[in-house]
Ligand binder design. Sequence first.
Ligand code: T3D
Length: 258
Amino acid sequence: MIRYEMTDAVATITLDRPEAMNSLTAEVKVALLAALRRAASDQQVRAVLLTGSGRAFCAGQDLHEHAANLEAGRGLADTVRAHYNPIVELLTTMDKPVVAAINGVAAGAGASLAFACDLRVASEKAKFALAFAGIGLAPDSGASWTLQRLVGLGRASELMLLGEPVDAARALELGLVTRVVPADEVLKTAAELAQRLADGPTRAFAATKQALAYAATHALPEALILEADLQDECVATRDHLDATTSFLAKERPVFTGR
Ligand code: T3D
């Protein structure tokens, strides 16, 4: 249900349940979290690519399982806490960039997963559906936090309350995706982007993610303090020293992630 492949410092994680539009059962979520933990802790991995197989990126919660849980009286908030929250926390905080290749529809928690990634490349055939309200639910998996940061409060309210699907062209216009490409190029384009990031200053990218997340919830004086602390760390990296030397020698820097 989850494929994990490693190519040249890029770990590609594929949601692989195409017959159910890669919707998320408890088993899929456990496997996805394990794959993300593996990528996060492997020092050889310097960028992560998340995608789906078949015609969907991810249709969110598996509604068959969901209905069975409701029937059995199982607490849904517990599944959100146990499964969705750690996945989204890891996507947003892992100290390497995560690129989403959005090959098709991203609905409900599937859209939330895409929003939690650092960059999104979408197929022309992709669409986002904030499907929560459509089944009488509020947003979860971080969408209330990520979406308004991507498109602003007004747009986020509109997308979540009205629940109208957003096609790829509109997503680009809104700043929801980084790039839109023909369907047969989405994986290749996203993989190239992930490779470019994997070849970059990994520790500076980790600091960048940390600074952006921190600044989103703190005042400028606090953000300035963290920036200075993170810059102390970056200044001490091999990548920074080598890149400075390369600049002065008019050479192209080679980053090793150290
Ligand atoms: O339980 C908890 O922890 C609560 C957490 C909730 C988080 C959430 O994610 S809530 C939101 C859940 N997701 C949805 O509400 C989306 C439901 N799906 C759709 O709205 C549509 O299927 C799509 C917009 C994604 C795609 O539409 P379309 O017309 O391209 O395809 P389709 O014909 O509707 O679906 C194709 C198949 O995938 C179909 O199966 P079948 O009839 O061919 O056997 C359909 O049932 C299945 N499928 C699609 N989405 C889901 C799904 N099966 C299970 N769960 C799904 N979410």
